[in-house]
Design a protein around this ligand. Structure first.
Ligand code: F6R
Length: 256
């Protein structure tokens, strides 16, 4: 795993925006895997500011709540429209978000996997990390081989997300999420982690044992996983000085 630590979330986001922006310029028909939540909001703003050409880009989002009306302000479709889609020239038919209202959810999950395959797979998957180590909504103990499916949120994640819903009771219990196996098939992964609340989960993911109790630790199995963290999220990493040295002394041939 490549671990890039910057003093602030703003600076870590700047690095991430460079990685994503470079990919879009280099491969104008790239397939991106996208995340929601507070972590990537600033990244999306920075990508919008770069005035990139999204006309041939295809995106697949990680997850969606089950049973929230599509136009609910906390649905991830609305989130993506407001934070990215409406401010770029992406074609809406090239944007894919799991359908949390499908009459047949398992069939819809299978179809989502099929669509990713038909698109040629995800070139770059963007991830946040839950305070319990979840990626997508693959909660602790999720199978490391899992595919897109329905998951039940843990009380901790529902409490973490209560801030978006004005209270825990309003947070849905169920979600549809890409699986860990699905995520690991992306050609490259970029995980963003900001704030002290993510420090323990990030340390487990990067330096702990590979375990389903910290789903993000599955990224240790990926050939090209990059972590962009701020100092607070990186504060529990034991090898911080090493990661800093590696990044600051990266040879030209390894740079993005
Ligand atoms: C969102 C997602 C989640 C979030 C995670 C962190 O699509 O898949 O894994 O990335 O819950 O959320 P924030 O960024 O709000 O701390």
């Amino acid at each position: 795993m490549e671990v890039i630590v910057q003093p602030t979330a703003e600076e870590a986001t700047e690095v991430a925006a460079r990685i994503v922006g470079n990919l879009i310029r280099r491969k104008p028909d790239a397939v991106l895997g996208l995340a929601t939540g507070s972590t990537p909001v600033r990244l999306y703003q920075k990508l919008v500011e770069k005035a990139l050409d999204w006309s041939r880009i295809t995106v697949f989002n990680l997850d969606e709540y089950v049973g929230l009306p599509q136009e609910h302000p906390q649905s991830y479709r609305v989130f993506m429209r407001e934070n990215l889609f409406n401010q770029t020239n992406i074609r809406l038919e090239n944007t894919h978000i799991p359908d949390g209202n499908a009459a047949d959810l398992p069939a819809s999950c299978r179809a989502y996997e099929e669509k990713i395959r038909e698109a040629g797979g995800v070139d770059l998957q963007l991830l946040g990390i839950g305070s319990d180590g979840h990626i997508g909504f693959n909660e602790p103990t999720s199978s490391l081989a899992s595919r897109t499916r329905i998951k039940t949120l843990t009380p901790r994640t529902r409490a973490d997300n209560a801030r978006f819903f004005g209270g825990e009771d309003a947070v849905p219990h169920h979600v549809v999420t890409m699986g860990i196996g699905t995520i690991l098939e992306s050609k490259k992964i970029l995980l963003l982690a900001f704030g002290e609340g993510k420090a323990e989960a990030l340390a487990g993911a990067v330096e702990g044992a590979l375990t389903a109790t910290n789903p993000a630790s599955a990224l240790q199995m990926h050939e090209k996983a990059i972590v962009c963290a701020d100092a607070a999220a990186a504060s529990r990493l034991a090898r911080l000085d090493y990661y800093r040295w590696v990044y600051e002394n990266k040879p030209q041939w390894q740079k993005e």
